[in-house]
Design a protein around this ligand. Structure first.
Ligand code: HEM
Ligand code: HEM
Length: 184
């Protein structure tokens, strides 16, 4: 059942959006920094952190999608043309697809490369696929490529949000932000 369209994103949806955005930004920095390091303890530890954070992001995205299914999302602003609505809908779906697929591919890559994934140094996660070096290399390439596509899409998403805020002034950014000050 689809919930009725709320006026704005609720506190939980907002908190999840900004927390996930922040963690993904950290993952880009971490991903590119850790791969540039020479082999050693620091590199190993940062890889473990990257994997644990990535799996945590996956869990948060699943919670966020479940929450969205229950609570729904605000309707598009009335001024948005059908083509713009379609583009925004596709961009949001692609963002969800990428932030789900990226950690899954990272995880499968670790399985195929025969590196165990131990969540927060405590919980070893079972491998979903067996050791397979050629596959590990292909997944590695895909993980790197998808990181660039995600970065590009996030940049477009941010530009779109700023266009709504400063140019169209249609309140789209505000509905993803806490309501500050007194309510009428
Ligand atoms: C939203 C989640 C994730 C994002 C945004 C992300 C992003 C990145 C980025 C930007 C890189 C550097 C790519 C490069 O140098 O080509 C990277 C590398 C890597 N990621 Fe992720 N990642 C995510 C989740 C994961 C997860 C869950 C795992 C494993 C459980 C993982 C495993 C790896 C590994 C092993 C590398 C290093 C590859 C190498 O040695 O060249 N990632 N990731
Ligand atoms: C890694 C970074 C980000 C990701 C993955 C991301 C992803 C998403 C997704 C999937 C939605 C659709 C929400 C839904 O309807 O369920 C959304 C909405 C939104 N995002 Fe982001 N976002 C990111 C960063 C940002 C940033 C930095 C801004 C602001 C400058 C922003 C502004 C917004 C706004 C205003 C909406 C609501 C759009 C609407 O009301 O239709 N996002 N974001």
């Amino acid at each position: 059942m689809v919930a009725p369209s709320p006026e704005r994103y609720g506190a939980v949806a907002q908190a999840l959006h900004w927390l996930i955005a922040l963690l993904i930004a950290a993952m880009f920095g971490l991903g590119w920094f850790m791969t540039s390091l020479p082999i050693g303890q620091q590199k190993f530890e940062l890889y473990q952190l990257h994997k644990s954070l990535g799996i945590t992001i996956l869990a948060l995205v699943l919670v966020r999608l479940a929450w969205r299914l229950v609570k729904g999302a605000p309707a598009w602003p009335p001024g948005m043309r059908p083509l713009e609505r379609r583009a925004a809908g596709l961009a949001h779906a692609a963002l969800y697809g990428l932030i789900l697929a990226q950690p899954v591919i990272g995880f499968l890559q670790s399985n195929a490369a025969n590196f165990p994934v131990v969540l927060w140094e405590r919980w070893p996660l079972p491998a979903l696929i067996g050791s397979n070096q050629p596959l590990a290399e292909r997944l590695l390439g895909l993980h790197g490529l998808m990181a660039f596509v995600l970065l590009l899409l996030v940049a477009l998403h941010v530009l779109a949000a700023l266009r709504h805020h400063f140019w169209l002034k249609d309140g789209v950014l505000q509905r993803m932000l806490p309501r500050l000050g007194a309510r009428p």
